[in-house]
Design a protein around this ligand. Structure first.
Ligand code: NI
Length: 165
């Protein structure tokens, strides 16, 4: 278990496109494991490899639903359906939220930690997390796609609750 340092805005690595993973090595698997530890340590619902300074197409998500923790290599969205609109935050942009329009449901395909094909149909918060993390792999932050960005108010409910609305 290792917690990595989360890269924050305005680091330029956050704005670059990450490269496809062509070989699943122990290093890649260790990175996925560390990303999960780092995400939980920071109380996040997702993390993408560029957020720990590595331009590889790797994400971890856990929206606290029945899917649990998902570690995915080379994720891509195959289908999107419906719409949700609500607040979103990012561990790389602490203190800020934005209202972002996302698909209510996405079908995501990638590889799991062992290299097996993994297809997930995600709705609600998990769907939002997938879209947010896959954006990271393309150098896109929520502030690039939000209709409104505003300072997070600590007197309002925590981020996890806000995202569930
Ligand atoms: Ni983020």
């Amino acid at each position: 278990m290792a917690i990595r340092i989360i890269v924050k805005e305005p680091d330029e690595v956050l704005h670059k496109k990450a490269k496809e993973v062509t070989k699943i090595t122990p290093n890649v698997q260790k990175l996925l494991d560390d990303m999960a530890d780092t995400m939980y340590d920071a109380d996040g619902v997702g993390l993408a490899a560029p957020q720990v300074g590595i331009l590889k197409r790797l994400i971890v998500v856990d929206a606290g639903d029945e899917h649990g923790l998902i570690k995915m290599i080379n994720p891509e969205i195959l289908e999107s359906e419906g719409e949700q609109f609500g607040p979103e935050g990012c561990l790389s942009i602490p203190g800020w939220n934005g209202d972002v329009r996302r698909a209510e449901q996405v079908k995501v395909k990638g590889l799991d930690r062992e290299g097996n094909e993994l297809i997930v149909i995600a709705t609600g918060l998990l769907s939002r997390a997938f879209q947010h993390e896959i954006d990271h792999l393309n150098g896109v932050l929520f502030t690039d796609v939000a209709e409104r960005v505003y300072e997070f108010d600590p007197n309002r409910p925590p981020r996890r609750e806000l995202e569930n609305r």
